[in-house]
Design a protein around this ligand. Structure first.
Ligand code: ARG
Length: 650
């Protein structure tokens, strides 16, 4: 049993006579924020004292008289307004650690209550290349899958690709009118990406052109209004108006700028301009192609069937590089045949009604209805998601479904879950695991210098290239380089991919973060590279001492915690299970990166202070070797749950 759980169990009887909600109070026993307060801290005395109308120190003292914990902890201390500080007995730590020293699971037992969990993640819209925006869902989702599996749950990783959307109308139109036969033969993926971009650009051009006069007028009027208000006497009301107008003005400027950019891109190229002139109705025609596809038109269906393997192969290439695997890739098209049934069922149960020609679910507290069939008869993203939920419930027998999707879709999921619950999915836990945006250093969503979205492929290439420089420098600095060119490439891949993944995962997922190659590849600080170094350092110790790590196993271990640094590292290693529980309680992988960072820091201090090679006794040396090996495996396992690999030499 993990240490914290055990401590809580000791507190339970001591609290029983005093409080009604003991579990809530036990929840306030946590790892100490600062080692000078001990290892754990119980913070329940203040709220409990309030309930009882007594002084917190008094209440804390009473709990301590009833607490039996001497075999685990030094005598507890009351600090400040009534915090109880707990310090584990060092021999308890040593004994615990000895027990898990060679355990692959680092002493973390599998759950006794496994759930069927479906994790819907990555889920890009296919037929356009994956870009930086797809990174977060892919990386966060994969880490959640791995952590849930480690904890013993039955997990289905499900890539709910968008393979039925309007982008197909665009590439079908593009393929018919703009295809370059030799490019298609050379690289179908590349040609599809080009066609998608072209049709998109031309549609945007016409839309921007049509919109431009209105945008200009809007801007002009906003400016005039602002001037008028500014000329009036400035009181609270007008000040408020001015600040509102300024915001509106800024938004109007951005909109106009974006339209002008779209025009400029096409106008800058005679070929594009000619294409635009020859295809004035391109957006409408592309939409018609999508509608025909959805209606089962044989030609468009044949094209879709021809394009899909190409799109999937392109995705697979990225997933293989990232070493990410999906159990299912059903996609939106898979659910298409079920959509009419979904709408019928919603209607029969009185959940959906026709409003202004559209089939809608009206939900309490929502101004906008949840539309499941549009006026033109088309089904929506919502309808597909409802069909998918039904499948996950009935066929996959899911107890829980996680949707690892951008926070901008939170309203969709809130409406989806509310509808699903009323529709008979109330037993299933449905959760939107949302996340923020990847930003550039300019504080806007990350783009290339030319203003295009950053392709995922090129982003990974760049990270690996930079990692290669680090690996080269390191190895060249050695008297005797340890790596062949091939090994250097392999290690650079591990370091580069690790850096990108870790940089994403170590931010709390709700926040946006700034993409920065230098920061993510820094060899010190909260980066994968730093953890990978710690791992390689341990491998180095064993290499230099010419001891194999495997050879440690099989002999009895007695961990000795002779210094504060060894003690701290030991405690840290024993907290792995706690870190995993925290991750899974709200699906926050950054709580695992925090643990990894603290572990690598504890190791670094241990490494500076405690010599392995020159340990005073043979048994201490052996204890330190075991500690090193365990820490290396902890780093490897922890990084592994983030989808990040390690290398013996860096
Ligand atoms: N394909 C969607 C997009 O790119 C994300 C799908 C997320 N999953 C879902 N079941 N809705 O925005």
């Amino acid at each position: 049993m993990n240490l914290l759980t055990q401590i809580k169990q000791r507190f339970a009887p001591a609290l029983a006579g005093l409080a009604s909600d003991v579990p809530a109070l036990l929840d306030m026993i946590r790892p100490a924020q600062d080692a000078k307060f001990g290892d754990f801290q119980a913070n329940f005395a203040m709220p409990l004292a309030k309930q009882l109308g007594r002084s917190p120190r008094d209440v804390a003292a009473e709990v301590l008289t009833k607490l039996q914990i001497d075999d685990l902890c030094e005598s507890p201390e009351i600090a400040g307004p009534g915090f109880i500080n707990l310090r584990l007995r060092t021999e308890v730590l040593a004994e615990r650690l000895s027990r898990i020293a060679f355990d692959d699971r680092l002493g973390v037992p599998a759950t006794e209550a496994p759930r069927n969990v479906v994790v819907d993640f990555s889920s890009p819209n296919v037929a356009k290349p994956m870009h930086v925006g797809h990174l977060r869902s892919t990386v966060i989702g994969d880490s959640i899958v791995k952590t849930l599996r480690f904890a013993g749950h039955r997990v289905t990783s499900d890539n709910h690709i968008g393979d039925w959307g309007t982008q197909f109308g665009m590439i079908i139109y593009g393929y018919r009118h703009f295809r370059d036969e030799s490019s298609w033969r050379a690289s179908a993926v590349g040609e599809l990406a080009r066609l998608y971009k072209l049709v998109n650009q031309l549609s945007d051009y016409h839309a921007a052109k049509a919109l431009l006069p209105a945008l200009e007028k809007n801007l002009l009027e906003s400016r005039q209004k602002l001037q008028e208000i500014q000329q009036q006497p400035q009181d609270d009301r007008t000040k408020k108006l001015v600040s509102g107008m300024k915001k509106a003005l800024a938004a109007a400027e951005v909109e106009l700028q974006s339209a002008q950019d779209k025009l400029a891109k096409v106008e800058g190229s005679p070929a594009l301009l000619a294409a635009a002139a020859a295809h004035p109705e391109i957006a409408r025609r592309a939409r018609e192609e999508t509608a025909k596809l959805h209606a089962g038109d044989p030609e468009n269906t044949a094209l879709w069937t021809q394009f899909m393997p190409v799109c999937l192969a392109a995705l697979q290439q990225i997933y293989s590089r990232l070493n990410i695997h999906f159990d299912l890739t059903l996609g939106e098209s898979h659910f298409n045949p079920l959509l009419a049934g979904v709408v019928d069922s919603l209607q029969q149960q009185g959940l959906a009604t026709v409003s202004e020609g559209a089939m809608c679910v009206f939900l309490e507290g929502n101004a906008a209805p949840f539309i499941v069939r549009k006026t033109d008869g088309a089904y929506t993203y919502a309808t597909t998601d409802l069909a998918t939920i039904q499948y996950r419930r009935d066929t996959l027998q899911a107890d829980e479904v996680l949707y690892v999707v951008d926070s901008r879709q939170s309203e969709h999921f809130q409406q989806l879950f509310a509808t699903a619950r009323r529709w008979g999915c109330e037993q299933m836990s449905l959760r939107h695991v949302s996340f923020g945006t990847v930003m550039g250093s300019d504080g806007r969503p990350y783009k290339t210098r030319a203003g295009d979205t950053v392709g995922l492929e090129s982003l990974l290439d760049e990270a690996i290239l930079r990692a290669r420089r680090i690996v080269d420098e390191n190895d060249d600095r050695r008297e005797q380089p340890l790596l062949t060119a091939e090994e250097r490439s392999r290690v650079a891949e591990i370091v580069g991919l690790g850096a990108v993944k870790y940089a994403d995962l170590h931010h709390s997922r709700d926040s946006d973060y700034v993409f920065d190659y230098d920061k993510m590849l820094a060899t010190t600080g909260d980066t994968a590279t730093y953890m990978q170094y710690a791992y390689a350092r341990v491998c180095g110790i064993f290499r230099r001492m010419q001891i194999s790590r495997q050879s440690l196993q099989g002999q009895p271990v007695a961990i000795e915690l002779a210094t504060p640094e060894e003690r701290r590292l030991a405690l840290q290693l024993l907290m792995f299970g706690y870190a995993l529980d925290s991750v899974l309680s709200d699906y926050r992988p950054h709580l695992l990166t925090q643990w990894l960072f603290e572990t690598a820091n504890a190791f670094s201090q241990f490494f500076d202070r405690c010599s392995v090679q020159n340990a005073e006794t043979e048994s201490l040396q052996r204890s330190r070797l075991v500690l090193c090996d365990l820490m290396a495996r902890a780093i490897r396992t922890g990084l592994g749950l983030l989808g990040i690999d390690v290398a013996e030499v860096l």
